[in-house]
Design a protein around this ligand. Structure first.
Ligand code: FAD
Length: 368
């Protein structure tokens, strides 16, 4: 039997073989595969769209369980809203397209994000002022510690910026060391979407400008979806097999959240956004990782011309956006990590701020 390569199942198109590979097309197959893998003491990598994963060139020394469940079920429909249950493996952007076609409000600004619905709560997927925490009511999960299906309400998930308890069960705090898969494997996601026919209020300046509306205004759902898709495509943030700028994991680094005193050390024109999350005791500010990278001297396309710390053009920053790390056709995981390390270290030297990777790194780390 030929081994399946992670490179064929990840959007960055890198990563070696897995020891074993199970495709789970039903929820029963999924829970059985996870339970059996865990019972055997075998390392488990749950994968769906592979759009937020960077796996070692040596591959994964365990079992990959690929979630391929599908389905959108309307649980309740009232005069004002609809509650829907979506299978974890269902392609996220198809869910957004469906909601827009139905005239349902709440996820239209999350158009064009690759990957599965089940992964959206993992890092509280977000874009253009929206995130999944705004519409998610609850999820059903397989809990790998108690070995059964349980339901978790949105409040249980402790959502933050690109964060939730699910993500924190994968990535140990302050290290790149991961367990590959979380404690809670999402089986289905319940969303509550409004029946307003118009979008949610626009919360992102660039989107408002492109729509020619004021912040806080609404717009037709289809108009929001198309405008977001166009904005994303201009940044290489919509998958396109013919465009190496999209052979990535999307944003490679999260926007740093720093104490106000650290933000005050940056030039006045550095973008900064007020930030508050439950539990914050001190004033914090969210910075733009893309700006920090760019103004540390790493321009769009950095790496294409074999600059110091890069890899003969095999990998580079996207030519459309400094935040995406891209495979130019024949890169390896190590090539992407080399550039990521150079950029992280350069930003730390220039600004004293250490960027943190957004994708889940499996069997690899940035250089020390
Ligand atoms: C071009 C591009 C643009 C992107 N833009 C955005 C963006 O705008 N905003 C944003 O937030 N993200 C963005 N991303 C990142 C990515 O698309 C999301 O994080 C997405 O939700 C990952 O889904 P996936 O199915 O591909 O997850 P995978 O990559 O398959 O898995 C990622 C992690 O989640 C875990 N996981 C996957 N499914 C489940 C499940 N059902 N239950 C529990 N754990 C699970 C995996 O074990 C792994 O640790 C972008 C990526 C790309 C390539």
């Amino acid at each position: 039997m030929t081994q399946k390569l992670l490179a064929h199942h990840t959007t960055a198109r890198v990563g070696g073989p897995a020891n074993a590979w199970i495709v789970a097309a039903t929820e029963a197959q999924l829970t059985r595969a996870i339970a059996a893998t865990d019972a055997g003491g075998t390392p488990l990598l749950v994968l769906s769209g592979g759009s937020n994963l960077l796996v070692s060139d040596a591959g994964f020394p365990g079992t990959v369980v690929q979630i391929a469940t599908e389905g959108i079920e309307v649980l309740e429909s009232t005069d004002t809203h609809v509650r829907v249950r979506i299978a974890a493996g269902h392609d996220w952007d198809s869910v957004v397209a469906w909601s827009v076609a139905q005239g349902l409000t709440g996820i239209e600004a999350l158009s064009g994000i690759p990957g599965s619905t089940g992964a959206t709560p993992v890092q509280n997927v977000g874009a253009y002022g929206a995130d999944i925490s705004q519409t998610l009511e609850s999820i059903r999960v397989w809990d790998r510690e108690v070995h059964k299906v349980v339901e978790l309400a949105a409040a249980d998930l402790e959502f933050g910026y690109r964060d939730s308890i699910i993500k924190r069960s994968i990535v140990s705090a302050n290290t790149d060391v991961t367990h590959a898969s979380p404690r809670w494997i999402v089986l289905s996601v319940d969303l509550k979407l409004a029946k307003s026919g118009q979008s949610a209020p626009v919360r992102y300046t660039q989107l408002a400008r492109a729509l020619n509306v004021e912040l806080g205004d609404t717009a037709p759902l289809e108009h929001i979806r198309q405008t977001v898709l166009d904005l994303r495509a201009s940044k290489g943030m919509v998958l396109n097999a013919a465009d190496y700028d999209t052979w990535s994991t999307g944003s490679f680094f999260t926007n740093p959240i720093v104490p106000a005193s650290v933000a005050a050390t940056l030039p006045d024109h550095a973008p900064r956004f007020a930030h508050h999350e439950a539990g914050d005791t001190a004033e914090t500010v969210k910075l733009s990782a893309a700006w920090l990278i760019d103004h540390a001297g790493f321009r769009k396309g950095f790496g294409l011309h074999n600059e110091p710390g890069t890899v003969d053009g095999r990998a580079s920053l996207s030519t459309k956006h400094t935040l995406a790390l891209t495979n130019r056709g024949n890169a390896k995981t190590q090539d992407l990590l080399r550039i990521a390390t150079t950029v992280r270290d350069g930003v730390a030297d220039t600004w004293g701020i250490t960027l943190v990777p957004e994708p889940v790194l499996v069997g690899v780390q940035l250089g020390r």
